[in-house]
Design a protein around this ligand. Structure first.
Ligand SMILES: CC(C)(COP(=O)(O)OP(=O)(O)OC[C@H]1O[C@@H](n2cnc3c(N)ncnc32)[C@H](O)[C@@H]1OP(=O)(O)O)[C@@H](O)C(=O)NCCC(=O)NCCS
Length: 177
């Protein structure tokens, strides 16, 4: 979908393929060890490679969902998944999650992933709005989303608990029509 050079490395953003399943599972496990800003903890992650391949297939068949990977020299370093609703009343709006391996933060990979999502959504006939929930102390993520035009829509009090501590989430959204 997109290819550009960063130094001597090739960054590519593309849809995930079923053959990415094994590497994607490893990627998620690393992310869970590196950051609290992910919905699962590592001891809760029991998705087999076959299930991951099935999930990738489902994303690729849906007309209002997309699963992207960012690769640097063919290694998966980032991921974004967006899924809109399945019923008629909510099939135009969905939320996304995004992760980049810590060694590759602040290189613009997250921004390229979200830009790719926005461009895809603009072309998509069903999707009208992209939303997300972000922990209120996740400053780099909030900065990234605001830079790309996402607006704060509300605060969800105590919606996430990490190591026994409650955190507020900020609900953000952008209309792409
Ligand atoms: C959030 C995340 C995806 C961003 O990925 P990334 O590749 O580092 O993002 P980018 O490099 O495109 O952009 C990061 C921006 O944050 C800025 N930034 C870094 N630290 C910051 C801080 N403490 N406060 C404010 N902005 C900060 C960077 O300068 C950059 O902005 P710029 O492009 O205007 O210079 C990545 O940090 C990540 O995977 N975090 C763990 C999982 C997560 O938090 N996911 C989001 C859950 S909602």
């Amino acid at each position: 979908m997109l290819e550009l050079s960063k130094g001597n490395q090739n960054l590519m953003i593309r849809r995930a393929r079923t053959e990415d399943a094994v590497e994607l599972n490893e990627f998620y496990k690393n992310i869970m060890l590196e950051t609290d800003h992910f919905g699962y903890e590592v001891d809760e992650f029991h998705i087999t490679d076959e299930q991951q391949a099935h999930t990738i297939n489902m994303f690729n068949q849906a007309d209002n969902a997309i699963l992207l990977v960012a690769t640097l020299n063919d290694k998966i370093v980032g991921n974004l998944s967006f899924r809109a609703g399945s019923s008629k009343k909510i099939q135009h709006v969905g939320e996304f999650g995004i992760q980049v391996l810590k060694n590759y933060w602040n290189l613009g990979i997250g921004k390229e992933l979200v830009k790719c999502l926005i461009n895809w959504a603009k072309e998509n006939e069903k999707v009208y709005k992209i939303s997300l929930r972000v922990r209120a102390d996740n400053q780099n993520a909030i900065h990234l989303y605001k830079t790309l035009g996402f607006m704060e829509e509300g605060i969800l009090k105590g919606e996430m608990m990490c190591n026994g501590v409650l955190y507020d989430l900020i609900y953000m959204g952008i209309v792409v029509d």
